[in-house]
Design a binder for this molecule. Sequence first.
Ligand SMILES: *Cc1c(COP(=O)(O)O)cnc(C)c1O
Length: 417
Amino acid sequence: MIGSPIWHPFTQHGLKEPIPQIVSAQGAILQTSDGKEVIDAISSWWVTTHGHTHPRIAAAIAEQAHKLDQIIFAGWTHEPAQMVADELCALMPDRLTRVFFSDSGSTSVEVALKMALGYWINTGEPRHRIVVMDNGYHGDTIGAMSVGARGVFNKAYQPLLFDVTTIPFPHRDGEQATFDALEAACRQGAAAFIVEPLVLGAGGMLMYTVETLAEMHRICAAHGTLFIADEVMTGWGRTGTLFACEQAGIAPDILCLSKGLTGGSIPLAVTMASEPVYQAHYGPDRSTMFFHSSSYTANPLACAAAAANLAIWREEPVLARIAELSMRQAGHLDDLADVAGVANPRQMGTITAFDVGEGGYLSDLAPTMLAMFRERGVLLRPLGNTVYVMPPYCITAEQLAQVYRVIEDVVQQLARG
Ligand SMILES: *Cc1c(COP(=O)(O)O)cnc(C)c1O
């Protein structure tokens, strides 16, 4: 009577929408159990960077699985974690000297917030106000929801979410309002500002300028407010550079990474911290240590996958692939801009987005489009009336062209009504 016992995320089972089964995946292509091919145009929810089942990552996981599967990470360590941490420190701005492992973007954010609060408590100035940007998204746990946009997704939990100061999104030519609000919050002694650099993902692929990012960082630094960069989505090449902060030439105090950290193969996250944040927790007194852990902290299989991902970045022309994909994306977006019904076309590196008609997250437009895309063999999952394309970097020119043919077809069908 009930079919599958699985309760899927962000799914209203009462609508009985089809849930296709994927049996295998390679590169940008997913294979369904009924023998169809689907182009993965959103990197399986923004995680897959180099492509599905990358042979080097798959081999690294398999090899590690025979050697060391799991080890408690409080008081113990292992080589894959050491390698990943050393290499992340070498890759990231010099300011980020410490690496704390966890398992998801949400937990990397929880860790970042706890580190920021710990920093202020342990340095004797108990600041605790967190500043956030309107339309931000940082995950679905209670702390991450607290610093994210409030809406239908978290209405039921609202009474439990902690209070934050929200500054407006820096719309083009409206940046000053954002700076003023941030400055005011910092003046009042905000503990930290958490933000997605350059692109607000789940908030609707909203993009702002490099100069704005740099200025927000400058304001925080001037007041000692810790700058937390949530690069869970923007990291690992999505915006055209390895990290989005790079483009603004800024080094955050705390950096959250997950999604593409293992190339999208297996869950892992890190929260990187500056030396002052680490030192605030360091000393002879156990009461100032950082009180956070999860059972699978720095799981060796996940770390082996991350090490393989880092090797791919080191040894393969990933940035050249990203540059080429970004260029192709620009060409397709340009063509699409002329199609009736396409509004606000925008791009940041490998990500393109545009809006169709009206509607918030719960409007029928998104599920309608999603179904139409699926019927046409493309995995795209619009955010409300925003359609975006965020493919794995291995997508071929022909596959990408097919994605845009399908988008154009769907937009035209919708326009005809
Ligand atoms: C996806 C995302 C998260 C949450 O990551 P999970 O691994 O889904 O918990 C946090 N921040 C940003 C910017 C994200 O895009």
